[in-house]
Ligand binder design. Structure first.
Ligand code: HEM
Length: 403
């Protein structure tokens, strides 16, 4: 089904469409409508799914790992990939359930501790400065803040962590977009991208087997579980997860923050005048413009918000809706860059809570800080086209600004 062929949505409570363009551009009003009418919405589109919109319901599903499995966390099903060999390989720890999840996750955590992330801050800052030098070059007054800036940062940082050459990062962006962003509409392209990605990473593994380097690929090759080294498939599954989980998410968050600042001059001026507010502002951007929705598969019949979810049903973990729930956040639809109480769930909650949150926060703070230091005065270009990606990860993909 193409985007153009889909029938319009008339009933968001019983026929929602996560890829509807107006919803992708600004989902907040729809979440509010659903929450106050039928807080757990249903659709038969895209293979069928439930969408809880209340904070408490989302958190309940995330914590209930017994009755909601992570074996398929995709918001959109793998249409056209019916053959077993075409199915995506496991991506531990995100697709792992207990008890294996514990050791799958423990293996990667050392690489994402606050201390470990400090190592990448200098690199990230230099990269942002380089990008801003190009954007603010003599005579330039227009840029695409998503394509030329937000999109350039996370792939290069993650390439550094995984240990692959910088020049390969454009291919990462293509793979990630094909797998995550366009995959539901172009399943064949998704398959091709995934095969290329797996071939690339099995090749990387072979080269690290011959010679270790200071990167997470080499680190995982040296780990043992019950006296046995990890399977190659496990390592490659984890590496591809880091790539996919680390790129679109952070790029979307940086883009959404820059879009907010391009359209809210008072917040922009305040952040320039009070840079110490940046960490608080970043949490508020994460809350208000949460990019990530995940999914679970019910393993039993479960009552949620007055609806009966059946075993085998897909349930969306709508973290962006939870973060706008008025039961948990005052003035939820306003962006308050000095919001003091902000227990948002943009990074998820429970055993699968984002393993890369320290890295993501660092990248956001450095990226927004460096942009504002180099270019304090900018606004949305009324002649350019603002575009968004949605579904699993929502955020601007073209963000034309003028200065
Ligand atoms: C602003 C950026 C990011 C956001 C909003 C975000 C959000 C999330 C969310 C909501 C989950 C929970 C998934 C679930 O419950 O099924 C998650 C898991 C995960 N994220 Fe992130 N993420 C971001 C950046 C990153 C980065 C930079 C990395 C590292 C490269 C990363 C690595 C992971 C991993 C490995 C998991 C799986 C953890 C587990 O299953 O135990 N994320 N992320």
């Amino acid at each position: 089904m193409s985007l153009a062929e889909r029938p319009a949505v008339h009933d968001w409570m019983n026929d929602f469409d996560v890829l509807e363009p107006a919803f992708t551009a600004d989902p907040g009003p729809r979440y509010a409508e659903i929450r106050s009418n039928e807080p757990v919405a249903r659709t038969e589109r895209w293979g069928g799914a439930w969408m809880p919109t209340r904070y408490d319901d989302v958190v309940t599903v995330a914590y209930d790992v017994e009755r909601f499995s992570s074996r398929d966390v995709g918001v959109l099903p793998f249409v056209g990939l019916e053959r077993e060999s075409d199915r995506p390989p496991a991506s531990p720890p995100i697709t792992s359930d207990p008890p294996d999840h514990t050791w799958h996750r423990r293996l990667i955590l050392p690489y994402f501790s606050p201390k470990a992330v400090e190592r990448y801050e200098v690199f990230t800052r230099e990269l942002c400065r380089e990008l801003m030098t190009a954007i603010t070059a003599e005579g330039r007054h227009h840029a695409d803040a998503a394509v030329e800036y937000a999109q350039q940062i996370p792939p290069r940082v993650i390439a550094e962590i995984i240990g692959v050459p910088r020049e390969d990062t454009d291919r990462f962006v293509e793979w990630t977009r094909a797998v995550l962003e366009n995959g539901a509409l172009q399943p064949e392209a998704r398959l091709v991208a995934r095969k290329e990605m797996l071939t690339y990473f099995f090749g990387l593994l072979d080269s690290r087997k011959k010679e270790r380097r200071d990167d997470i690929t080499s680190f995982l090759l040296d780990q043992e579980v019950d006296g046995q080294p990890l399977r190659d498939g496990h390592i490659v599954g984890t590496i591809t997860l880091l790539l996919i989980a680390g790129i679109d998410t952070t790029w979307s968050s940086i883009g959404s923050a820059l879009l907010h600042l391009a359209t809210h001059p008072e917040d922009r001026r305040r952040l320039v005048a009070e840079p110490e507010l940046l960490p608080t502002a970043v949490e508020e951007f994460l809350r208000a413009y949460s990019p990530v929705t995940m999914a679970r598969i019910a393993t039993a019949d479960v009552e949620l918000g007055g609806r009966t979810i059946h075993s085998g049903d897909r349930v969306l973990l709508t973290f962006p809706a939870a973060n706008r729930d008025p039961e948990h956040f005052e003035r939820p639809d306003e962006v308050l860059i000095d919001r003091a109480h902000n227990r948002h769930v943009a990074f998820g909650v429970g055993i699968h809570r984002c393993a890369g949150s320290n890295l993501a926060r660092m990248e956001m703070q450095v990226a927004i800080g460096e942009w504002l230091s180099a270019l304090a005065d900018f606004e949305l270009d009324p002649h350019g086209e603002l575009t968004f990606a949605g579904g699993q990860v929502r955020g601007p993909r073209n963000l034309p600004v003028t200065y």
